[in-house]
Write a protein that binds this ligand. Sequence first.
Ligand code: KIV
Length: 290
Amino acid sequence: MSTQSTLSKKSAVADPVAQTRKRAKMTVPKFMARKGDESAEPLVCLTSYTAHVARLCDQHCDMLLVGDSLGMVIHGMPNTLGVTLEHMIMHGQAVARGAESALVVVDMPFGSFEESPEIAFRNAARVVKETGCQAVKIEGGVEMAPTIAHLSKRGVPVCAHVGLMPQAMNSVGGFKTQGKDEAEWAGIVADAKAVEEAGAFAVVVEGVVEPLAEKITQAVSIPTIGIGASSKCDGQILVFEDMIGLFPRVPTFVKRYGTMEDMMKDAIERYASEVRDRSFPAEEHVYKPT
Ligand code: KIV
């Protein structure tokens, strides 16, 4: 690389205007188009559950997912099965308030879409109307294809979710990495193809071995968004609280980009200690009469 191009790269990074320039609004068609674009960067996705976090993530992410993992990382549930439509709508509203450019996708919680395509549509339409999100996410492969088709044809874009499906934990006996046995691969690839054919605009691929992730990514023409599925996907997603070090137990595939739990513990300890020794509030924190 020439000195000239190194310099212009450096100045572009240091340019505060460039840093604050708004990204164009991500839409479902633009998101899908990233799959066929050989020169495109991987899609960057994170979960968000509050308006402030959504605001922070928005400029860096293509998609913000209001995932049902909020049951665990926000509400202290042991798994995602207890999450309700009301939880998803409340957090979806908060995220939609904070997000300007990223595509906002809200998870359909366990029990809100499996019974019939009609019930799934009624609940998904409620999520779209009440949150202002652009799409919903549904866990499931071949068995959910008719529901995905029903929603997609009626104006509700669907991001599918195959591989490890946390909502199926009771059926499969926990959170288990998928595809360790090659005999499982054909079924999971068939799931991905079925959701693509049904009209899903993207598919989350969770907890699968790398060669299977690669096979799925090659087999479908919609973007694959990996979580615990290696770099052989068209994009990546992590749960925000896991990524910043705010949730104590995380799977092996999570990289901690921060140590928020330690920072919070330290702040709480110092606050408690300063209240107890009366060094807080100090002079500068006290209102005085004029
Ligand atoms: O609920 C969630 O956070 C998810 C991600 C793991 C993709 O579905």
